[in-house]
Design a protein around this ligand. Structure first.
Ligand code: ADP
Ligand code: MG
Length: 248
């Protein structure tokens, strides 16, 4: 079953007298349970595409249909509700709320959805335990490493059981540290037992959630290590899809 259908999507920006075709005629669909990477050089349109799929930006032309719902036909308020119910976001800069603890950050979207307190607490504990931060629930983001903050962001996105998760270069800030490799950085203590859940890296957690909970993940990246783990690789160049391959 198709979760997302994208039809002849365009997003053009005006830069002085120049028109930038950031997304230039994209046709694409995603099935439930996919673990798909959108790859391509900087400036190829990855962020612009994900922002439109997430309802954070409006297409210049074309359509996005999510679970049979045509996004452009929703009113502003309906769109807010729709996003809250259906889409989880993981941003490059984590975007956790600094004054809230890890637990409160994860609870936040469920609170907006007016879920009962007992359900919120149970789901929060389940997710934070799953991502190996069961003992850090009371910590604020400032007390957590970048990798831990990003795992909290993944838990927060998952908490309300969205239809899919959009992650725009979720590991970009994690691999910016010198030349050390991405997977080691995402593991908190590179020397610790790598197969224990508490130190499992972000990518492992995403793969596990995809396989165990059937969560649909669509993420952009230009990191080869992340690309290697994707089950479908969609390559963008100059706002167009130049290849779309399934690897699993
Ligand atoms: P990527 O995420 O693949 O690096 P982006 O989607 O951010 O690419 O950008 C695609 C192109 O659109 C780039 O040329 C970028 O400069 C341009 N662009 C993105 N957002 C805007 C904007 N708000 N105004 C003008 N140009 C933009
Ligand atoms: Mg980008």
């Amino acid at each position: 079953m198709k979760v997302i259908e994208i039809k002849d999507l365009h997003r053009h920006f005006q830069d002085g007298d120049q028109e930038i075709k950031a997304v230039n005629g994209v046709d694409l669909s995603f099935e439930k349970g996919e673990f798909a990477a959108i790859v391509g050089p900087s400036g190829s349109g990855k962020t612009t595409l994900l922002n439109m799929v997430g309802g954070l930006d409006q297409p210049s032309e074309g359509q996005i249909i999510i679970d049979g719902e045509i996004m452009s036909e929703l009113s502003a308020n309906e769109l807010i509700d729709f996003r809250l119910k259906n889409i989880g976001f993981v941003f490059q800069a984590y975007n956790l709320i600094p004054v809230l603890t890890a637990e409160e950050n994860v609870e936040f979207t469920m609170l907006l959805q007016k879920r009962p307190a007992a359900e919120r607490a149970a789901r929060t504990k389940e997710l934070l335990t799953k991502i190996g931060l069961g003992d850090r629930m009371k910590n604020r983001p400032g007390k957590l490493s970048g990798g831990q903050q990003q795992r909290v962001a993944v838990a927060r996105a998952l908490a309300p059981k969205p239809k899919f998760i959009l992650a725009d270069e979720p590991t970009a800030n994690l691999d910016s540290k010198s030349t050390a490799n991405l997977l080691d950085i995402m593991v908190d203590e590179p020397t610790a037992n790598l197969d224990s859940k508490s130190t499992a890296n972000l990518l492992d957690i995403m793969v596990e959630l995809n396989e165990e909970e059937g969560v649909t993940f669509i993420f952009s990246t230009h990191d080869q290590r992340v690309i290697d783990r994707a089950k479908r690789i969609i390559t963008l160049e100059d706002g167009k899809i130049v290849s779309d391959e399934r690897t699993a």
